[in-house]
Design a protein around this ligand. Structure first.
Ligand SMILES: Cc1ncc(COP(=O)(O)O)c(C=O)c1O
Length: 383
């Protein structure tokens, strides 16, 4: 079904494996993601998303829309467009003069930012409303879209939004006619226990990006998905998405990705990630729920984060000069555990977290092993 391969009409050849991958993805994606543009990785998918969003408004005769809004403490890739939308202060800093026009609002980070006595829902509405405020400040007619990770990965350490946050974000985007672009490069493809992470937030973006798990970590591949509305605006307009790379729709990459998505869906691996993710959550809570230096345990499915603190009650972070995350990474590796500790959790400088993203084939015994090894790495680092 060649129609599923968005942009086949660009003149770039497509391939049968790309068409099969697109059909399979669309069959399992939330309703409203209708077209697929396969690329070679996450940053490429994000670049394609940003350019598609801009071109959509050009086709509609709204060239004054030139800006994006994204969130602080996020990561969308290292190419210039993706780096511009990312809110990771130290990664952006050297390249800031080269960046496209993006403003950054607060992430949805309840552990740090929810106020005393404020409900999760009230916090979510308050922080989502920062999008409305920023749109008003910029003039909504100048904005292309809002970019966010449904579950923030490397920069915050597996932080999902509170209930209702993304519904509110979706409403605000719709009210102002801007596009919602969700970056599922890290949290998508079954990682959180559903094929797309946003399924658990009950919303559908206009554009989504996926990569990483799409190739099961072996095959370089990514994809951008978009709604029929966006695709149709281009098809019935210029008829040409002004983008492309040598390897878009690459047959080998798409064949591998198609095999992965088949395993994730009909092969039951996403359901397994949900099931074993719950076991992992319990094991982490049992082992570290009262740990004096673990302030928060969070995440969904096989995507879990622990935020480290010097003092649990006051949530005081460790001195950044100590670089606890680096010590911990080495200690965990020494103990036989590959995990992803990172610093700068709070503001790009302060805070430390550990990101856990184990393989979906993880067994209960291995969950025990993971917890034991992490526990010994924490002991080595913090005592
Ligand atoms: C959420 C998110 N978006 C985009 C990217 C960039 O992907 P890649 O490294 O494949 O270019 C990453 C990579 O870590 C990511 O986590």
């Amino acid at each position: 079904m060649a129609e599923q391969i968005a942009f086949a009409h660009t003149g770039f050849f497509t391939s049968e494996p790309a068409e099969r991958l697109a059909d399979r993805l669309i069959a399992h994606a939330p309703q409203g993601l209708d077209r697929v543009y396969p690329v070679s990785g996450g940053s490429e998918a994000v670049e394609a998303a940003l350019k598609l969003a801009r071109q959509y408004f050009l086709e509609r005769g709204e060239p004054q829309r030139t800006r994006f809004i994204a969130r602080r403490q996020s990561y969308h890739g290292n190419t210039l467009g993706a780096l511009s939308t990312g809110g990771n202060a130290w990664r952006r800093e050297p390249f800031a003069p080269l960046m496209i026009d993006t403003s950054h609002i607060a992430p949805c980070y309840a552990y740090r930012d929810r106020e005393e006595g404020e409900s999760q829902e009230a916090y979510g509405q308050r922080v989502a409303d920062e999008l409305e405020t920023e749109l008003q400040r910029l003039g909504p007619e100048t904005v292309i879209g809002f970019v966010a990770e449904p579950v923030v990965g490397a920069t915050l350490g597996a932080v999902p939004a509170v209930p209702g946050y993304f519904k509110r974000i979706r409403e605000i985007c719709d009210r102002h006619g801007i596009l919602l672009i969700l970056d599922e490069v890290m949290c998508g493809m079954g990682r959180t226990g559903t094929l797309f992470a946003c399924e658990q937030d009950g919303i559908v973006p206009d554009i989504a990006t996926i990569a990483k798990g799409l190739g099961a970590g072996y095959q370089p591949v990514g994809a951008m998905l978009c709604s029929a509305r966006i695709y149709d605006a281009i098809e019935s307009g210029s008829g040409f998405f002004q983008h492309g790379h040598t390897y878009i729709g690459h047959p080998m990459a798409c064949a591998a990705a198609d095999a992965v998505v088949a395993k994730l869906t009909d092969g039951g691996m996403t359901a397994r990630a949900a099931r074993m993710g719950a076991v992992l959550e319990t094991a982490l809570n049992d082992a570290f729920g009262q740990h004096p230096n673990v302030g928060d345990i969070r995440g969904r499915g096989m995507f879990r984060g622990l935020e480290l603190v010097a003092d649990r009650d006051s949530k005081t972070p460790f001195d950044p000069a100590r670089a606890v995350h680096k010590e911990l990474k080495a200690a965990a590796f020494e103990a036989g555990l590959i995990c992803y500790p990172m610093g700068g959790t709070i503001d790009g400088r302060q805070g430390d977290h550990i990101l856990l993203a184990p393989p979906f084939i993880l067994t209960e015994d291995q969950i025990g092993e993971l917890v034991d090894k992490l526990s010994s790495a924490l002991d080595t680092t913090l005592t």
